[in-house]
Ligand binder design. Structure first.
Ligand SMILES: Cc1cc2nc3c(=O)[nH]c(=O)nc-3n(C[C@H](O)[C@H](O)[C@H](O)COP(=O)(O)OP(=O)(O)OC[C@H]3O[C@@H](n4cnc5c(N)ncnc54)[C@H](O)[C@@H]3O)c2cc1C
Length: 288
């Protein structure tokens, strides 16, 4: 592994991203911090791509899962808000490479695993609906064939990384059976081939308690064009692959966050500062 991949260099890179974004008069720091941290995660370390693309950080092969989760554990101690977008981009690449046909892979796989920020395509994972949270088989989003395309109609209720350039989602093709057996897996791009926006919109962003730096939203599908991925009668089984990797990643990220919280509480911050910060966060959450 090359020197840039060491834990120390990862933390240093994240700290320098924050430091360079917070110098100056302090105005508009959130956007520069977000973009610098994105560059660290996707561009420098390629955490989303290391399971798929060889040569990341000078490593000749793809990385084993345990190495990726070690990077996830380290990175999320510095920045938690990017954890989900990195993970769902990684998961979308995994689904595409496992189940997508040659044409879909040729179109989207390179972007999902890019470390060049100008070519990167972030991914998303839209399953949850008002009718179907834990019980995904109750979802009501329909997929209708129209002039050689699949078009999607319905509403997704909890979409993290809502502005992703492509998402994997579940919908029921017209005429399919009920329950999880009847849902298909689709890839939905944010933009169509001619560069115009696809036919869906973010109705509102979620007012979340945590991970506020990442946009989660409700999305209305109004005839959005999508591509079938793999066998349509195996959509849920295929999506479960992404869900299971997300679960594992969420466990690792939670451990990282606990370690960071413990570290800050015990070592880094004087008690008075902690109390002042906690009070000001409470006031901010209460909207005063
Ligand atoms: C921060 C955040 C990000 C998210 N991002 C995404 C995303 O990117 N994409 C996406 O698709 N979804 C996302 N979700 C939604 C998440 O996947 C759903 O919240 C989850 O599937 C649960 O669904 P629900 O909220 O409708 O709860 P429900 O299914 O209504 O469950 C409510 C409660 O009932 C319990 N329960 C449900 N069924 C049973 C049962 N049969 N037996 C016993 N207990 C049961 C549950 O454990 C839970 O405690 C996100 C959620 C959060 C909080």
């Amino acid at each position: 592994m090359n020197a840039r991949a060491s834990p120390t260099s990862m933390v240093r890179c994240c700290i320098s991203a924050i430091a360079s974004a917070t110098t100056g008069n302090g105005s508009s720091i959130i956007r520069p911090i977000a973009s610098l941290l994105q560059r660290a995660a996707y561009g420098e370390f390629g955490i989303h791509a290391m399971s798929h693309r060889k040569g990341i950080l000078g490593w000749a092969d793809t990385y084993p899962a345990v190495a990726k989760h070690a990077f996830t554990f380290l990175f999320n101690q510095a920045e938690f808000g990017l954890g989900c977008p990195i993970n769902v981009t990684d998961g979308a690449a995994r689904l595409l490479s496992r189940f997508g046909d040659g044409a879909l892979k040729a179109k989207y796989l390179d972007g999902l695993t890019q470390t060049d920020m100008s070519k990167l395509t972030q991914g998303g994972q839209f399953m949850t609906e008002k009718e179907g949270g834990s019980d995904v088989g109750k979802l009501t989003t329909r997929a209708v064939q129209d002039d050689g395309h699949w078009r999607l109609y319905g509403e997704k209720w909890f979409c993290s990384n809502a502005d992703a350039k492509m998402v994997m989602l579940l919908a029921r093709p017209e005429g399919a059976v009920g329950g999880t057996q009847g849902v298909g897996l689709y890839l939905m791009p944010r933009e169509l081939d001619d560069g115009s926006p696809n036919h869906y919109r973010i109705v509102r962003l979620k007012d979340k308690l945590g991970t506020r730096s990442m946009a989660s939203g409700e999305i209305k599908l109004e005839g959005a064009i999508a591509y079938a991925v793999g066998r349509l009668d195996r959509g849920f089984v295929q999506m479960a692959e992404m869900v299971n990797w997300s679960r594992l990643s969420n466990g690792v990220k939670s451990a990282a966050l606990m370690r960071r919280a413990h570290h800050d509480m015990r070592i880094r911050l004087p008690t008075a500062w902690c109390l002042a910060a906690a009070l000001s966060i409470c006031r901010w959450r209460a909207g005063s």
